[in-house]
Design a protein around this ligand. Structure first.
Ligand code: C2E
Ligand code: MG
Ligand code: MG
Ligand code: MG
Length: 272
C-alpha cells in the first residue's frame, strides 16, 4: 500500500514536471514569435526630485502584448527570457524602443531628463554591448547622459572583474548608471566603491514599511547617508503614500518613484 502510494506520488510528480517543461517550451516559442512580431511594448513610470517635485526621469518597463493572454508583466516572461538567452535580443528591442521614444519626446520639444532602462547580466556580458549601444544612441541623436542603465547587485556576482570593467567603460562613455533594488542582494559594501554609479535605487520592500517598521526606516536612512558619502544620488522606489513621501523628503532622499506620483503607462499617456 505504502509502496503503491509512493509510486502514485512519483508519477504525479513526473507528470507535473513534463507538463511544466512542455509549458515552458511553448512559452519559449511564443516569446520567439513575440520578438519577431514586435509584441513587446514599453510603459514608462515617472521619477521626481523630492526637493522641487520636478520630473527627473522616466523608467522604461517592458510588457508583452500577448495575442491570447493579454498584457503580461515582466515577471511572467523575463525569467524565461534569461534562462533561454532570449533576453539578449529582447533587451535590444527594449533599448531601441526606449531610445526611439526618447528622441521623439525631444523632437517634440519636451524636456525629458533621462530614460532609465533595465539591463540583464547576459546583455552586459556581450562583447559588443557597448559599441551597439553607442551606435543606437548616436543613430537617434541622443546624448548619452539621457540614458540611464539600471543594473542589479546580483549582476556583479557573475564575473565581477569584467562587469565592473564594462560599467566603468559605460560611465566613461557618458551613460548614467543606477543600482536597482538596492538592499536586497547582499552585495558587499567593499565592491560598491568600485561601481561607477550615479544612483542607488532603494528597493520598494523598504519603502513599503515606512511608518510601520523602524528597521526599514533605519535601512533607508543608512542608504541615504551612504549615497551622500559616496557622492551618489538616492532614489526610493515604490512610494505609495504621502507619509512615505514626507519621510523621504524630511530625510533628504534625492528622488522618488511610485504609484503615488504615477504608475507605469504607455508613452502617449505620459504627462510631460
Ligand atoms: P524594477 O526595475 O525594480 O521596476 C519597478 C517595479 O515596481 C515595476 O514593476 C513597477 O511597476 C513597480 N512599481 C512601481 N511603483 C510601485 C509602487 O508604488 N508600488 C508597487 N508595489 N510597485 C511599484 P514591473 O513593471 O512589473 O517590473 C518588474 C521588474 O521586471 C522590474 O523591477 C525589472 O527588474 C524587470 N524589468 C522590467 N522591464 C525590464 C526590461 O526591459 N528588461 C529587464 N531585463 N528587466 C525588466
Ligand atoms: Mg528598474
Ligand atoms: Mg527596483
Ligand atoms: Mg526588480
Amino acid at each position: 500500500r505504502a509502496k503503491s502510494r509512493g509510486k502514485d506520488r512519483y508519477e504525479l510528480y513526473s507528470e507535473q514536471l513534463t507538463s511544466d517543461a512542455v509549458q515552458s517550451f511553448s512559452v519559449e516559442q511564443d516569446l520567439r514569435q513575440a520578438l519577431q512580431e514586435h509584441q513587446l511594448v514599453l510603459h514608462y513610470q515617472p521619477q521626481y526630485r523630492l526637493d522641487d517635485d520636478r520630473l527627473c526621469g522616466l523608467e522604461a518597463l517592458v510588457r508583452w502584448q500577448h495575442p491570447e493572454r493579454g498584457l503580461l508583466g515582466p515577471d511572467q516572461f523575463i525569467p524565461l527570457a534569461e534562462e533561454t538567452q532570449l533576453i539578449v535580443p529582447l533587451g535590444w528591442q527594449v533599448i531601441e524602443q526606449a531610445c526611439q521614444q526618447m528622441s521623439r519626446w525631444l523632437e517634440q520639444g519636451l524636456d525629458v531628463p533621462l530614460v532609465a532602462i533595465n539591463i540583464s547580466p547576459h546583455q552586459l556580458l556581450q562583447a559588443d554591448f557597448i559599441p551597439r549601444l553607442n551606435a543606437l544612441a548616436d543613430g537617434f541623436g541622443l546624448e548619452r547622459k539621457r540614458i540611464e542603465l539600471e543594473i542589479t547587485e546580483s549582476m556583479i556576482q557573475q564575473d565581477p572583474d569584467f562587469v565592473i570593467q564594462q560599467l566603468q567603460r559605460l560611465r566613461l562613455s557618458g551613460y548614467h548608471l543606477a543600482l536597482d533594488d538596492f538592499g536586497t542582494g547582499f552585495s558587499s559594501l567593499d565592491r560598491l566603491k568600485y561601481l561607477p554609479l550615479n544612483r542607488l535605487k532603494i528597493d520598494k520592500s523598504f519603502t513599503r514599511d515606512i511608518g510601520r517598521n523602524p528597521k526599514d526606516e533605519a535601512v533607508i536612512l543608512t542608504v541615504i547617508a551612504l549615497g551622500r558619502s559616496l557622492g551618489v544620488e538616492v532614489l526610493a522606489e515604490g512610494v505609495e503614500t504621502e507619509k512615505q513621501r514626507d519621510f523621504l523628503k524630511t530625510h533628504q532622499c534625492n528622488s522618488m518613484q511610485g504609484f503615488l506620483m504615477g504608475k507605469p503607462v504607455p508613452a502617449e499617456l505620459v504627462r510631460l
